[in-house]
Write a protein that binds this ligand. Structure first.
Ligand code: SF4
Length: 374
């Protein structure tokens, strides 16, 4: 009987782009702006490609099935490598680090990494804003240790309150009640303000918009509705399945009036709304219908040390190669600054219904969100 071969899914382009180290190294610190004047401010670090959910918009089960082969451990950046990279980015102005995955809480001893990152000083002297995005499946158990290690806040993905619809969205048998308990425990230990992200897909969970809004109103949690996006190359995205945020606002406001409020800071991904009766806040992340590339200050590091300058990128840049080639911090900082200065990504601003196929170079495809985090 033929040997069952492991299924290899191309999460990103095999052809890794070596990062150019400038001949003339500049001071490895200070603000760096990209080609559109956007500063390097946020770094999202994927600490694992593993996940215990199979959300249809990210890791659809039919693609990431039981034969799917996760990345070998020795290809992942070690905690020491991640911390070194983080310190180089912080020197160049990063003030916010978000840990993502896959599901980051699946990475063993994650608390140790959080402790190493939380100890990193910033040039401004302000504490690093250290956050994490999770599907909440392990949160109730781990919240205390994450907080004690130095994590500031968590964002929890929750696409429905109804167990059957929740299961339809993430394709695993996991109770909504356990995620809700994780959110409450995280709140109790001080990992707030907690944001709850709901990806809305027409025909799948849009009937949950009002139940979710009612549930999280009058709570300290900030519910954010995310427009379904054409991330990666596996989720079969179609514009017809996108519910524009304007419709979500109108639907909620008809029952629970909302008023628009100002962003917390430039580059915030969500537009903010407060209930007119003062009983809470919701957010809209509208990458498809109200794109926000003009202030995008986010870089993304994959769990294998590939650097991406956009969630919808088709090419990564091999930062791990520099780390493992024994390059100095100054050389790596120079390479990062050099790359960022050339950055002109604004995919969402230019997306149309046909962007899916037409604009991508033959042989290339968008990186999978499970590889670089949302
Ligand atoms: S599409 Fe790319 S450039 Fe635009 S906001 Fe998203 S990550 Fe930033």
């Amino acid at each position: 009987m033929a040997e069952k071969s492991e299924k290899i899914i191309l999460l990103h382009q095999e052809r890794k782009n070596a990062m150019a180290v400038p001949g003339l190294l500049e001071a490895p610190s200070g603000r760096v702006d990209d080609a559109l004047g956007r500063p390097l401010h946020d770094l999202r670090i994927s600490v694992t490609d593993r996940c215990n959910f199979r959300c249809v918009y990210c890791m659809p089960k039919e693609v990431f099935d039981k034969d799917y082969a996760y990345l070998p451990h020795n290809s992942l950046l070690s905690f020491e490598e991640i911390t070194r990279v983080a310190s180089i980015f912080i020197a160049h102005g990063v003030e916010k680090i978000r840990l993502t995955g896959g599901e980051p809480l699946l990475r063993k001893d994650l608390e140790r990494l959080i402790g190493m990152l939380a100890a990193l000083p910033t040039p401004s002297g302000r504490p690093l804003d250290l956050t994490l995005t999770t599907n909440g499946s392990l949160l109730a158990r781990k919240a205390r240790a994450l907080k004690d290690a130095g994590l500031n806040r968590v964002t929890v993905s929750l696409d429905a309150l109804d167990d059957a619809i929740f299961k339809r969205m993430n394709d695993v048998d996991f109770a909504v009640a356990d995620v809700l308990r994780g959110i409450d425990v995280a709140h109790e230990v001080g990992l707030g303000p907690i944001k709850v992200n709901m990806v809305v897909k027409a025909g799948m969970n849009d009937a949950q918009i009002l139940p979710m809004a009612r549930y999280f109103k009058d709570t300290p949690y900030i519910l954010r509705f995310i427009e379904y996006m054409d991330v990666g190359a596996s989720n079969g995205w179609n514009m017809a399945e996108v519910i524009p945020s304007a419709e979500v606002v109108a639907k909620i406001s008809a029952e629970m009036p909302l008023v628009a409020i100002d962003p917390n800071y430039t580059g915030e991904t969500a537009s903010r709304w407060r209930y007119a009766d003062g009983s809470g806040e919701v957010g809209m992340i509208s990458s498809v219908t109200q794109s926000f590339c003009k202030d995008c200050s986010r870089a993304r590091l994959s769990t294998e040390g590939q650097l991406y300058t956009c969630l919808f990128a088709t090419r990564g840049h091999d930062l791990r190669g520099l780390l493992r080639d024994g390059r100095s911090d100054a050389e790596i900082a120079g390479a990062v600054a050099h790359l960022w200065r050339q950055r002109a990504d604004r995919y969402s601003d230019t997306r149309t219904q046909n962007t899916n196929t037409s604009d991508i170079e033959p042989g290339l495809k968008r990186v999978e969100m499970s590889y670089i985090g949302g």
